[in-house]
Design a protein around this ligand. Structure first.
Ligand code: ASP
Ligand code: MG
Length: 456
C-alpha cells in the first residue's frame, strides 16, 4: 500500500483531476490510498462565505455559494459520463443546500464559532473527494470513497484539532486497510471528527497531515505528496528562482525546513511518518516523471554543508529588556508565561543577562502581550522582519559556516542570530525588504558547488 496525496492545485479543475487519475492509474498495482485537498482555493472561499454570513452580507454569501456550486458542477460534469450527470447534479444540490442552510444559520445567529468554521470549511474536501471518486471510476479505476470523518478522530480543538492516534489508527486498520487491496480508496484530507462525531479539521494545510496519519495507520510503504513543485529546492522559489532540487533529505532536515516556512510540506506531516519509519516523497503532479525529493529517516551523506535555505517572512521581532532582572532568576519564565497565556508561539530566541529578543509569527495578541511584559520590562517591537534559515545536518560538523554566512551577508543588517538549538540550522533575522539579497548571496555562497548524489 502507498498513500498518494494531491493538493489543491493538483485537483483544481477537471483537467487537473484527469492528470491525477493518470498518475494513480500508473501506480495502481501499489494499492494506492488517495488523499485529496479541496479543489483550488475552495477552503479560502468557504471561509470568505462564513465571513460574509457573520457580517450579514446576505447577497454576497448567496452569490459566493452559487459561484462555488457552479465551479464544482462545471468541473465535475467534465469528469463524469453523460448518464451520470443527473445523479451528480442531485448530489451537488443536496450538498449545497445543506451548506446554504448552515451559512444562513450562522448569519441569523450572528456568531461564528470554531466549530461552525470547521463545519463550513469541511465542504471543500467533502466535495473534492466525492468528485475525484467519480472521476476515477469514469477513468476506469475501481474506486471507493471513505469519508475521513469516519476514520480520523480528533480532540475538540476546532480549526486546529489534533488526532487521537490510537483510535484513529484502529479505525484506519479496520476500515481503510482492508479496502485498499481491492479498490483505490479516495479520502478527503484536512477533515476529521471528534469522538462525539462533530466535524473538525486539522488546521490549514492539514491534508498532508491526513496523508501521513493514514500512511502510518495502514502501515504504507511510502507516502507520496503530489504538489506543484519538483520537490524541495535549495532556495524558496518565490524568493529566488532557479534553486536546485534536493534529491534526498533526512526527516530532521525536512522538518526543520518546514518549520521555517518551506511551503512544500506541512511540518506535522513528518511526525507520524517518522515514528513509523515511512519515507515521504514530494512529487510534481504536472511533471510526474521528475523523481522529486525523498525524505528518509536516516542522515543523508552530503559534501555540501547546507541542504537548503528556508525563509519565514512577515514575522515580528520583540525585544524585551529589564535591568531590574539583573542577577534575578525567573526572568525567562515570566516572559514565556505571557506568550503562553496568549497562545502565541515563539519561533526564535536570543538572550543576554537582561535582554531577550524573540520572534513571533502571530501578532493577534501582541498589544496585550506587550502590555503585560511592560509590567516588568521595556518592550519594543519591529514588524516586517524575516527569518532566513540555513538547514543541513552538516552545519554542526563543518567549521567556518558562520563566517561564510557573515561574509556573504556583508551589507545586510542582521537583527538576530541563532545556532545551536536544533544542531542542524543556522538562522538569521533580517528586514523583510532585504530578503531577496540575503538569500541570493547565501545561495551563491553555499550552492555554487553541488554534491551530485544529493542535488540536481
Ligand atoms: N484545504 C485545506 C486548506 O486549504 C487543507 C489542505 O489543502 O491541505 O488549508
Ligand atoms: Mg497544501
Amino acid at each position: 500500500m502507498i498513500v498518494m496525496k494531491f493538493g489543491g492545485t493538483s485537483v483544481e479543475s477537471a483537467a487537473a483531476i484527469e492528470r491525477v487519475a493518470a498518475i494513480v492509474k500508473a501506480r495502481v498495482d501499489q494499492k494506492p490510498i488517495v488523499v485529496v485537498s479541496a479543489m483550488g482555493k475552495t477552503t479560502n472561499k468557504l471561509l470568505a462565505i462564513s465571513q460574509a454570513a457573520i457580517e450579514g452580507r446576505r447577497e454576497d454569501y448567496l452569490r459566493q455559494i452559487h459561484d462555488l456550486r457552479d465551479f464544482h458542477s462545471r468541473e465535475a460534469r467534465l469528469v463524469v459520463p453523460v448518464e451520470g450527470r443527473a445523479s451528480l447534479d442531485r448530489c451537488l444540490d443536496d450538498i449545497f443546500d445543506e451548506l446554504t442552510e448552515l451559512v444562513k444559520g450562522i448569519a441569523v445567529l450572528g456568531e461564528l464559532t470554531p466549530r461552525s468554521i470547521d463545519a463550513i470549511s469541511s465542504y471543500g474536501e467533502r466535495l473534492s473527494s466525492y468528485i475525484v471518486t467519480l472521476a476515477f471510476e469514469h477513468f476506469g479505476l475501481p474506486t471507493t470513497h471513505v469519508d475521513s470523518r469516519r476514520v480520523i478522530v480528533t480532540d475538540n480543538r476546532h480549526t486546529q484539532a489534533s488526532p487521537l492516534f490510537p483510535e484513529t489508527y484502529q479505525k484506519l486498520r479496520d476500515i481503510v486497510a482492508p479496502l485498499a487491496p481491492l479498490k483505490v480508496v479516495v479520502m478527503g484530507g484536512f477533515i476529521a471528527s471528534t469522538e462525539t462525531g462533530v466535524t473538525s479539521t486539522l488546521g490549514r494545510g492539514g491534508s498532508d497531515f491526513t496523508a501521513s496519519i493514514v500512511g502510518a495507520g495502514v502501515g504504507a510503504k511510502e507516502i507520496q505528496i503530489w504538489t506543484d513543485v519538483d520537490g524541495m529546492l535549495t532556495a524558496d522559489p518565490t524568493i529566488l528562482p532557479g534553486g536546485h532540487r534536493v534529491k534526498t533529505i533526512s526527516f530532521a532536515e525536512a522538518a526543520e525546513l518546514a518549520y521555517f516556512g518551506a511551503k512544500v510540506l506541512h511540518p506535522s506531516t513528518v511526525v507520524p511518518a517518522i515514528e513509523s519509519n515511512i519515507p515521504v516523497l514530494i512529487l510534481n503532479s504536472r511533471r510526474p516523471d521528475v523523481p522529486g525529493t525523498r525524505i528518509v529517516a536516516e542522515t543523508v551523506h552530503c559534501t555540501n554543508a547546507v541542504k537548503s535555505i528556508a525563509c519565514k517572512r512577515k514575522i515580528t521581532l520583540v525585544n524585551i529588556h529589564s535591568t531590574r532582572m539583573l542577577g534575578a532568576h525567573g526572568f525567562l519564565r515570566r516572559i514565556f508565561e505571557v506568550f503562553d497565556r496568549y497562545e502565541t508561539s515563539v519561533d526564535m530566541v536570543a538572550t543576554s543577562e537582561v535582554s531577550v529578543s524573540l520572534t513571533i509569527d502571530n501578532t493577534a495578541h501582541l498589544e496585550k502581550i506587550s502590555q503585560e511584559l511592560r509590567a516588568f520590562s521595556d518592550v519594543s517591537t519591529e514588524p516586517e522582519q524575516a527569518i532566513v534559515c540555513l538547514v543541513g545536518e552538516n552545519i554542526r560538523f563543518t567549521p567556518g559556516v558562520a563566517s561564510r554566512v557573515f561574509s556573504a551577508l556583508n551589507g545586510v543588517n542582521i537583527r538576530m542570530i541563532s545556532q545551536g538549538a536544533s544542531l542542524l540550522n543556522l538562522s538569521v533575522v533580517v528586514a523583510d525588504k532585504d530578503i531577496r539579497q540575503a538569500v541570493e548571496s547565501l545561495h551563491t555562497e553555499f550552492f555554487t558547488e553541488l554534491d551530485p548524489e544529493v542535488f540536481e
